[in-house]
Unconditional design. Sequence first.
Length: 161
Amino acid sequence: MSRAVFPGTFDPPTNGHLDVIGRAAAAFDEVIVAAGVNQSKQRLFSLEERVEMLTALAEPFGNVRVGTFEGLLVDYCRSEGAGVIVKGLRSGGDYDYELQMAQMNRKLSGVDTLFLPTATENGYISSSLVKEIAKLGGEVGEFLPPVVHAALLAKLGRGNG
């Protein structure tokens, strides 16, 4: 069975993340969407909230489940029996950063990384930009799955808009 891990912060999950989940689900027998835990970083959404949103996004896919990890991603991959890490790339800058990590992960553990270029319509979307626009009162619904958009508005005290 081919098993892959799609790791990320997912604070919040965007349409770009959902696109990568769907494409990875089509390529592997099982995909684990793994939300990273890093106590030193401040997140808008708690780990539990991110897992809840990701679980809702994974529901339509019969071969996708959600997990969490702390520490080295390659240790998590080993513990889950996953031989591949899936990463979405938006730009050359993403590639430069992710390539070095992919090479190190392979050296440390033998786990390979598969890069999926972002769909054109999602190439400029990032969780950080979406949060910033939303915090300043901008409309971000087109960049987020509806369940995530509702959660973001609720988190920012904006109800239904």
